[in-house]
Structures are given as structure tokens and as C-alpha cells.
Design a protein around this ligand. Structure first.
Ligand code: SF4
Length: 318
């Protein structure tokens, strides 16, 4: 047991980082390689909604080398070479990231996922999707693949407040998310929840309570958190320009993210603590920090407080 009352907490980082979780699980450095497999999204093509979420411009969260026209194998090979060079990663997880990566026939999904899993040094896949776009057939497919491979299902919740979900045109409810998590439980899958903080009118105390929600869903294994930020080509950017979106400050974000981590149980690993977008399309906020500086801004706040992930959770039950 570490000084932080949980063997999951990294002594320097003060959180259970996903990178260290993967190292503990696989015994080597594992990196995720993003691919664009040519999906679209039911919240854009009219089957769930049109226009998409108000902050969504997929260019903002998609590295330049992952374009659907490039064969999947080539995207993965390029990504693996980059991560191997930069981080000396040994094994890789192919991350189906762009748009809604279960939004196709199960036959097409099987072909794509299996092509990724057949590549050398690929130990698994991570599939990003909406909680209301998960058919029984897709779940069965992921369950089958998880018997021999690492499979992580990444579900976008973004906010645990239905009023905010409506305001941002998500096209699904909190209940849809909870149902999806329960349907995916007990199938050998890791489940990652995506959250955003900083929606207009959102109260920090309310956001922090989403840590309790994730705690109550025992099959959630990791979380991605980032600040709401506006990029070109989105409704949110238009709102910013007409004064209807007032971005939170870096200090507000760091404080609330640290409060959230203190409440989050240490069993849930942290995949991300910030969002980034290419400078040329970034509208607001402009904090002027690089990705690793954002990551450490939150971790240094925990250090400054003398706290760590789950410390408030542990205090609440002892
Ligand atoms: S569900 Fe995802 S891909 Fe679809 S509009 Fe929203 S953020 Fe974009």
C-alpha cells in the first residue's frame, strides 16, 4: 500500500493514470494510436439529430495523419512509429476515435476491428461512441473480441445534467448513458466515460458530483475529462462571438478538475485531463499552455493541496 492508501495511485502524479494502469496490466509501455475509420455520427446525419453537439468539429480532436482515405493499416503503422520514436512504446491500442465508431453494420465493424487487431504489436482496440448507438450485435462483437484482446468502450456522457445535454444538442440523456454502461457490464470490456467541464451556467459543485455518479457505476474503469473549448466551425464558436459563451478561466478549470479527482475513486484511471485543438482553429479559451503543461497544472494543484485522487472519497467512507 502506498502513502496514498491505494496501490493504484502513482506516488508522483497523485492519480491513477491510464498510462500506469496499462503498464501494470501489460508489463510494458502501451500507447494509443488514433485512427479515422470513415464513420459519421447519428447526431449529424439526421437519424438522431442534425448539426451535432454545439462544440463538435471533429478536426479539433483528430490528429492530422488519421484521414479516412488513408488505409487503416497505414494510419496505425504511422502512429505506432511516432509513439515508438517519442515514447519507446512497445505495444499499442488502436483507438477508433473520430465520430461514432459503432455506427455501421456489425459486419463492417467486425471487419475494421479485426483488421486493427491483426496488426503486429497491437494488443487491443478502444472504440469511441455515443451511449445511444450501441446495438446488441455490436456489444456481442466487442464481447467476443474481448475474450482474446484488450477492448475499451469509450462512451461520451459529457455532462450528467440532462438540461445541459439538451442545451448542447447531445441528443441523448443521462439515463441513456447509465443504460449503456449497464448493458456493457460483465462482458470483459473496460469502460471509459468522457466528461467536459465548463458549459454555460454550469456550477462547479454540480460538475464535481459526476465523480459520485461514476463511482456508483462500478464497471466504469477510466475517465477522460477536458475543458469546454470553442473551435472554428462550431455553434459554440458562434455563441462565443455573440457573447453567449463565456469560457471558464484556467484557474477555475484546474480547481474544479482537482476537486473532481479528489472525489473520484482511485480504481478509475485517468486517460485525459485537458482538451487541445490545433492553434489555427482554436477560438476560446486561449490559455497558452501546451498539453503536458495542462496535465501538470491539475496534478500540481493536487500536490499544492497535499491531496490525491479519491482522498475525499476515502475520507467520506472511513
Ligand atoms: S456525438 Fe460526437 S461526433 Fe457526434 S456530433 Fe457529438 S461530439 Fe460530434
Amino acid at each position: 500500500m502506498s502513502a496514498f492508501s491505494s496501490e493504484h495511485i502513482h506516488p508522483d502524479l497523485r492519480i491513477n493514470s491510464y498510462g500506469h494502469y496499462l503498464r501494470r496490466r501489460f508489463g510494458c509501455r502501451v500507447s494509443k494510436v488514433n485512427v479515422d475509420a470513415g464513420f459519421t455520427c447519428p447526431n449529424r446525419d439526421g437519424s438522431k439529430g442534425t448539426g451535432g453537439c454545439i462544440y463538435c468539429n471533429n478536426v479539433s480532436f483528430s490528429p492530422r495523419d488519421t484521414l479516412a482515405e488513408i488505409p487503416l493499416e497505414e494510419q496505425v503503422t504511422t502512429g505506432m512509429a511516432y509513439h515508438h520514436r517519442r515514447l519507446e512504446s512497445d505495444k499499442f491500442i488502436v483507438y477508433f476515435q473520430k465520430y461514432t465508431n459503432t455506427y455501421a453494420s456489425v459486419g463492417h465493424l467486425a471487419e475494421l476491428y479485426q483488421r486493427a487487431l491483426a496488426l503486429p504489436d497491437v494488443i487491443g482496440i478502444s472504440v469511441g461512441t455515443r451511449p445511444d448507438c450501441l446495438t446488441d450485435e455490436a456489444l456481442e462483437l466487442l464481447t467476443t473480441l474481448a475474450r482474446d484482446h484488450y477492448v475499451c468502450l469509450e462512451l461520451g456522457l459529457q455532462s450528467a445534467d440532462d438540461a445541459i445535454l439538451e442545451q448542447i444538442n447531445r441528443g441523448h440523456s443521462l439515463d441513456d448513458f447509465i443504460t449503456a454502461v449497464k448493458r456493457a457490464s460483465g462482458r470483459g470490456l473496460d469502460i471509459c466515460a468522457h466528461l467536459i467541464y465548463g458549459f454555460p451556467g454550469e456550477q462547479p459543485e454540480e460538475f464535481v458530483k459526476s465523480a459520485d455518479l461514476l463511482d456508483s457505476l462500478s464497471s466504469i474503469t477510466s475517465v477522460k475529462l477536458h475543458q469546454l473549448h470553442a473551435v472554428e466551425g462550431t455553434e459554440l464558436a458562434a455563441m462565443y462571438r455573440r457573447g453567449a459563451f463565456d469560457p471558464i478561466s484556467l484557474e477555475q478549470y484546474v480547481n474544479t478538475a482537482a476537486d473532481f479527482l479528489e472525489r473520484l475513486p482511485s480504481r478509475i484511471s485517468i486517460q485525459r485531463l485537458y482538451g487541445s485543438s490545433p492553434l489555427e482553429i482554436r477560438v476560446a479559451p486561449q490559455w497558452g499552455l501546451k498539453n503536458n503543461q495542462m496535465w501538470y497544472a491539475v496534478l500540481n494543484e493536487l500536490k499544492r493541496r497535499g491531496s490525491w485522487q479519491g482522498c475525499k472519497k476515502l475520507a467520506a467512507v472511513s
